[in-house]
Design a protein around this ligand. Structure first.
Ligand code: AMP
Length: 419
């Protein structure tokens, strides 16, 4: 067996971690300031949780992408392909539906989909997810869009634009789906295989096709936004008015659709030019009826998910992956055997409040200073026979070369004063 990560999965290397942290802390700050509370759910659930959430027409395209397996007790389990179903399962299980509304929950972690791998499309990837539960007003949809935008801005991304549309109420959706079927069934032999399957199960999803021939067939056709009933139209207008008022840049996307059929009304995406064909950083929408599908009371919701890998790709384009602050403050060098244990003990003590590394074998001063230099440390601290007698360290400031003898008992004060 080759020592290689599974296709479509990847390691997050130490040098990639600062950008990850920046994104996570941006999300935490932006979302928690808006009243969202963090929720962590298991990476696998009983398969029914996801099967119920994909809706009656059970979008086979989603099901085929799921990693489903039997545990030893013969129960069917699925690695989560999305957050919403598990979050709502937890929401109901822990009685959060009895809390005063709205309830806002955010989550972050890995997801699993058996996808065709390409740039921006992996089999294990990560998302940051937000759900706002219990509000049916357009204000909640607008807040969700604004929070996605604000999170991306807080990562330093400037070139983000939001696209907002609406899939309408269930009857609008049904009318549009019927229209698409009527238009496309006669020419379905010219559609890609995926689109043919979508036409059968969830026609609106044909609009998401990446195939140029499919798009050519779709070009003259109407979009979901043209089929909105009065209520859905008024709802969308209100969402857009809030966004204008708050200065969130957006464009109306008449053809925006969401994959699963529990979505209603508002659908939105965040896009970024310059990360290839998969330019969507995130997407979301309103889902009324999903909480009920999963065994809870009727409760409206609106939520979104953003793809961590794609946001990181965009951050890399803008050179926002700030350099890691990985260098130790102090690098300790034992100049004789007895000093090895001494510097190790000192490091253990100092690490309560600062970053300290040391050599693990006896070093002569020249080699020891080279080690310190390579670690990027601000100071090197040398300890040998002479230093032991006075219980001091020879502290060398690496940048200036300036050397000071510092008693071990004064070391922390000295470092604090120089910080
Ligand atoms: P979705 O859950 O399909 O609505 O996707 C929300 C966001 O997650 C997308 O806009 C992408 O940024 C990201 N995403 C979805 N699928 C993948 C994948 N297979 N690999 C990487 N990112 C993904």
């Amino acid at each position: 067996m080759k020592s290689q990560a599974v296709k479509g999965t990847h390691d997050v290397l130490p040098e990639e971690q600062p950008a990850w942290r920046r994104l996570l802390s941006a999300a935490e700050q932006v979302l928690e300031r808006a009243g969202a509370r963090p929720l962590t759910t298991p990476v696998f659930e009983y398969s029914e949780v996801f099967e119920k959430s994909v809706g009656e027409s059970a979008d086979l395209i989603v099901q085929k992408e799921m990693y489903t397996f039997e545990d030893r007790g013969g129960r069917s389990l699925t690695l989560r392909p999305e957050f919403t179903a598990g979050v709502l399962r937890a929401f109901i299980e822990h009685g959060m539906h009895t809390l005063p509304t709205p309830v806002k929950l955010w989550s972050a972690g890995p997801l699993f989909r058996a996808e065709n791998v390409q740039r921006g499309r992996y089999r294990q990837f990560h998302q940051i997810n937000l759900e706002i539960l219990g509000l049916s007003q357009a204000l909640a949809d607008a807040e969700a869009v604004q929070l996605m935008y604000a999170t991306l801005r807080a990562c330093g991304l400037d070139r983000v634009h939001m696209r907002v549309g609406s899939v309408g109420d269930p009857e609008d959706r049904a009318a549009y789906n019927a229209y698409l079927r009527a238009e496309l069934e006669p020419v379905q032999q010219r559609l890609s295989e995926t689109s043919r399957e979508r036409l059968r199960l969830n026609p609106m999803r044909v609009l998401d096709s990446k195939s140029e021939e499919d798009q050519a067939l779709l070009a003259p056709l109407e979009r979901p936004i043209d089929f909105l009933g009065e209520a859905a139209r008024a709802h969308l207008d209100q969402v857009l008015a809030f966004l204008r008022d708050w200065g969130v840049p957006f464009e109306i996307d008449p053809g925006i659709v969401r994959g699963l059929d529990y979505y209603r009304r508002t659908a939105f995406e965040a896009h970024y030019q310059g990360i290839g064909a998969q330019s969507a950083l995130g997407g979301g929408g309103r889902y009324d009826g999903l909480v009920e599908n999963l065994g809870g009371p009727p409760m409206p919701g609106v939520g979104w998910a953003m793809g961590v890998e794609r946001v990181l790709d965009a951050m890399a384009q803008e050179a926002l992956a700030a350099a890691a602050d990985e260098a130790p403050e102090l690098f300790l060098v034992p100049l004789d055997d007895a000093a090895i244990a001494e510097v190790a003990a000192l490091a253990v003590r100092l690490r309560r409040s600062r970053r300290v590394e040391h050599a693990y074998v006896r070093r002569n001063p020249g080699k020891g200073l080279r080690d310190a230099d390579r670690s990027g440390a601000t100071f090197a601290g040398l300890r040998g026979e002479a230093e032991r007698r006075k219980d001091v360290l020879q502290l060398k400031h690496m940048a200036s070369g300036e050397q000071t003898e510092v008693p071990v008992s004064d070391l922390e004060g000295f470092l604090d004063a120089r910080a």
